[in-house]
Design a protein around this ligand. Structure first.
Ligand code: GLU
Length: 465
């Protein structure tokens, strides 16, 4: 049995960076395509010339790349398809499914007013809509027409939304949509329709701010004799306070999360749970997402952004990541801080530090301990912690270190021996060691820190106090 391959798309308007909501829509379309061994298309809807910028296009491509959602086809650019839209408009005019309308914007506004006054929905009154036996008014001199779609007047347009269930609009409520402006340029909804048709879309997942466009698009597709795809409209993402997610709630730009040290693996995992579920599973890989993704478990209600949960997910991915891989990702962040990642065994440092980090930025910050030139402790720390008794213990430690196998275990044994011989408690040696060797009182486990710094350097710094 052969069936039509699944084809989905992500169709952002490049009017700014890719925000979290857009990334999640893209993710659902991507996962749906991958799950069904289908095709994922990227289409840049750049016809709004005033608001679209090349920087925004680049930001979208970078974000998709960062999240690992490479398209199988595209990116296609609507601005490069203008001839095709014009061609379809001409076909529709010829077929009588669209018509020239010479009403001026002012006249249309008056029609709307008149409808409002009668308590009806404000709309274009069909003055230029050709009907059998109807005589159209004379064309006003020098006026350029718009092209309107001849929307069905009767019946309703319905679809079984993959997310929301059955949705229906009365055709009588839908205006004859303008599909081309007086200068011949096609309008937004029309370009979407032609593209979805030409690109063979079978399934469309998008934000539910597009629900009102859907019956219009379906009617145009039908007029073109195109197969109508399945639609699914995903509810929006709310901030922790229940308001629409916005800058007030923190970063909404996907790449900002890269800058803040979130792993794309964690973002994918977290974003996919915003409005989709697989039982109680919270942590799963990209492969599992692809294996499990279905539209049946897309949520009908809005989901809530939860920065704490994102941090928890990110911490999980940091913890379970291979140390060498983590080191490679953290190294540039250390360099940015003026540190030298090569100054230490960075993978080992990652192993030591990763359990406490929620982001790569935190990890880089804590790894600086091993990557920046040594600064001796400030005088007040020296005075407070390097007491005569502490100095004696450190001297003892240094002396015995010569024969110590410089592993974490070896160092632990050494510390224990010094403590026992001198009747000291752990902090009485551990804090002076930290102050002397790294110039601060707080570090991860002191044995591990000393092991990582290396015996020569440790002895050198102990000798310098
Ligand atoms: N370009 C639209 C947007 O960015 C999406 C259109 C669609 O998915 O049909 O909201």
């Amino acid at each position: 049995m052969t069936s039509t391959p699944i084809r989905t798309r992500f169709a952002p308007s490049p009017t700014g960076f890719l925000h979290l909501g857009g990334a999640r829509t893209a993710l659902f379309s991507w996962a749906f395509a991958r799950h069904n061994q289908g095709v994922f298309v990227l289409r840049i809807e750049d016809t709004d010339l005033e608001r679209s910028t090349p920087e925004a296009v680049q930001a979208i491509l970078d974000s998709m790349d960062w999240l690992g959602m490479q398209p199988d086809e595209g990116p296609f650019y609507q601005m490069q398809r203008m001839d095709r839209y014009r061609e379809v408009i001409a076909q529709m005019l010829k077929a009588g499914t669209a018509y020239h309308c010479y009403s001026s914007p002012e006249e249309v506004e008056q029609m709307r007013e008149a409808a409002r006054a009668k308590g009806l929905k404000p709309r274009y009154d069909g003055t230029w809509r050709p009907e059998p036996g109807k005589t159209l008014p004379p064309i006003p001199e020098g006026r350029k027409p718009v092209v309107r779609f001849k929307n069905p007047l009767e019946g309703s347009t319905s679809w079984n939304d993959m997310v929301k269930g059955p949705i229906s609009f009365e055709n009588g409520e839908l205006d004859d949509l303008i599909i081309a402006r007086p200068d011949g340029t096609p309008t937004y909804n029309f370009c979407v329709v032609v593209d979805d048709w030409d690109m063979g879309m079978t399934h469309i997942l998008r934000g539910d701010d597009h629900v009102n466009n859907t019956p219009r698009q379906i009617n145009i597709l039908r007029a073109l004799g195109a197969t109508v795809p399945e639609y699914g409209h995903v509810p929006m993402i709310l901030g922790p306070d229940g308001e629409k997610l916005s800058k007030r709630h923190g970063a909404v730009n996907v790449m900002e999360y890269d800058a803040q040290g979130y792993l794309p693996e964690a973002m994918i995992n977290y974003l996919s749970r915003l409005g989709w579920s697989h039982g109680d599973d919270e942590l799963f890989t990209r492969e599992q997402l692809v294996q499990w993704f279905d539209t049946d478990h897309l949520s009908k209600s809005a989901s809530q952004w939860d920065p704490k949960k994102l941090n928890w997910v990110n911490a999980h991915y940091i913890k379970q990541m291979d140390n060498a891989e983590l080191a490679a990702r953290v190294a540039p962040r250390i360099e940015k801080r003026g540190g030298n990642p090569a100054a230490t065994d960075l993978p080992a440092a990652m192993g030591l530090l990763k359990d406490r980090a929620e982001t790569l930025e935190q990890l880089a910050e804590s790894a600086m301990l091993f990557c920046k030139p040594f600064t001796p402790a400030p005088a007040e720390l020296v005075e407070q912690h390097l007491t005569p008794a502490a100095r004696e213990a450190l001297a003892d430690f240094a002396q015995r270190a010569a024969d110590t196998d410089w592993t974490r275990e070896g160092i632990t044994a050494l510390i224990k021996a010094v403590l026992a011989d001198r009747g000291l408690k752990m902090p009485q040696l551990a804090i002076p060691l930290r102050v002397a060797v790294v110039g601060q009182t707080q570090t991860p486990a002191v044995d591990a820190v000393l092991a990582l710094i290396g015996k020569d350097t440790v002895l050198q710094r102990l000798g310098a106090i």
